[in-house]
Each structure stands twice: as C-alpha cells, then as structure tokens.
Design a protein around this ligand. Structure first.
Ligand SMILES: [Zn+2]
Length: 267
C-alpha cells in the first residue's frame, strides 16, 4: 500500500514542477522541470511491529550470506570516517542499519552506536547476532527529535538516502540530532555515473521501448531505490540543511556512488 502524495510536488525543491517523463515497470520516473531531480511515484508504508518473529531460519541464513560482501564495503566506510573522527567514546547514530553490521563495527572501535532500521527482520537479526537494539522510528519522528536533539557526534547514512520516502526531511532530521561540530557521512548511487546516463540514452533512443536499464536502478517495491541524486543536487541539499560539505572520500574509488563527509558548524 502506498501513501498518498502529489508527485508533481518535487521531493527536492518543493516546486510544483515535476512530471512523469519515463514510463517504467509498475512506476513512473518523475523529473522536476525546476531542479531536474529524478524520483519515482512510490513510497514505503510504515508497518507496525509484528508480535511474532519474522526471522525464519532461512531468512537468517540468507542475511548471514550477505554479510561478507556488505562488510567489505562498510569496512571502507569506517576507514573514511576515521580520517575525520576519533571514534572511541563518540555517540553515533546509523540511519538505515540493515542487519546491524555498521553499528557493530562502530562498537568494535569503542564508539557508542544507536541505529535506525525500518525492517523488523533486520532488527531481529541485529538483536540476535550483535546484541544491538535498532529502532524502527524514523529520524524525523518525535522519538528522536524530542529526546536526542544535538546528541550525536557522528551520523551515518550508508546506502540510505535513495531508499527513504523524503530525503530532505531525513537530512533535516539528522542535522537537528547532530551536536555542533558533529559529522555526517553518507553514500548513495550517483546519477552522474555512466550507467545512469546510458540508461537514460537507451530509453530516449528507443522512444521508451527499452526501459530495462532504468528498471534496474529504481523499484516500486518496499525499501528499494526511489530517487537518485547528481553530485550537485546532493551538495545543494546538504548545504541547504546547514551542513558544510568537507569533500568526497579518498578511500572509495568508484564513480557509481557519491560518498561524502559533512559537518555541522561548531558553535
Ligand atoms: Zn525540483
């Protein structure tokens, strides 16, 4: 079930200037005439906690099997963070924790992590595997905004911003929770990538008959990619939220992703 939203209202700039420009599988890709943001017409529901466990033995095996590959990427992310932040004793919030691997790494480094994860199955996994209590409340929800204002030295969003319903709200919410001088790190797919540009060309040259590549970048299914930023759009959004962008990562060598460090100004 999708939430009701007027998709003509651009999710990035807020102008009533977006229209469906690409017809994809069970979704349309909207393009804003004002800021050129790309997003699909699907939003995630906010499911209530189920009383029974969703973590079957098979699901557990499946999640376990993904850990090594995800872990290799998250290790790089930890290295990137450590170029800017001394982790022992720092209060951290990881938004979109998945199976809890990144907060577990933070814990190993002596930091005090909390995490947000909308999928109950991952929260159960993190509890069982890492003894971590991830929260289901979104960062913009009262749970965080009322109790944790200016509380965190570090906030991370690894492969999260493309998944959330409203990325601007997510970043504004994160900014409020950062201490002055606190750091925010994120990575997200890049719309400047060759793959994305080739996907758009392929669609246009085929007059819409070959949307296959774009269909690999977006999905209307729950917790999948809803929007993809150019480097310039991401930078503008971060700065609009009050963050100072420190620059891209020297640890990551990929043109398919935007990997960025930012900081809330010290008092
Ligand atoms: Zn716009």
């Amino acid at each position: 079930m999708n939430l009701v939203y007027n998709y003509h209202l651009c999710k990035l700039c807020g102008q009533s200037a977006a229209a469906p420009k690409f017809k994809l599988k069970q979704m349309s890709l909207y393009v804003c005439a004002d800021c050129d943001f790309h997003y699909i017409d699907a939003l995630d529901d906010y499911p209530a906690e189920q009383p029974e466990s969703l973590l079957t033995a098979n699901a557990q095996k499946y999640i376990e099997a993904q850990l090594p590959q995800n872990g290799a990427q998250l290790r790089k992310n930890i290295e990137f963070v450590k170029q800017h932040v001394v982790l022992p004793g720092t209060h951290c919030l990881d938004i979109g924790s998945g199976a809890g691997q990144f907060p577990a790494f933070l814990q190993e480094e002596g930091a005090q992590p909390q995490g947000i994860e909308p999928q109950q199955i991952f929260r159960e996994f993190a509890r069982q595997k890492y003894n971590l209590e991830l929260r289901r409340e979104r960062v913009e929800d009262p749970y965080w905004q009322e109790k944790f204002s200016s509380s965190f030295d570090l906030i991370t969003l690894w492969d999260t911003l493309e998944h959330v319903n409203f990325p601007a709200e997510t970043l504004v919410g994160a900014y409020t929770l950062l201490k002055p001088g606190g750091y925010l790190f994120l990575d997200t797919p890049s719309r400047d990538s060759l793959f994305y540009r080739a996907s758009v060309w392929s669609y246009r040259l085929s007059l819409g008959s070959k949307p296959a590549l774009l269909n690999r970048l977006y999905s209307p299914k729950p917790y999948r990619h809803k929007q993809i930023f150019t480097a310039a759009q991401l930078r503008q959004l971060l700065e609009k939220c009050g963050l100072t962008v420190l620059g891209p990562s020297s640890v990551h060598r990929t043109s398919n992703k935007l990997v960025v460090a930012c900081r809330k100004d010290p008092l």
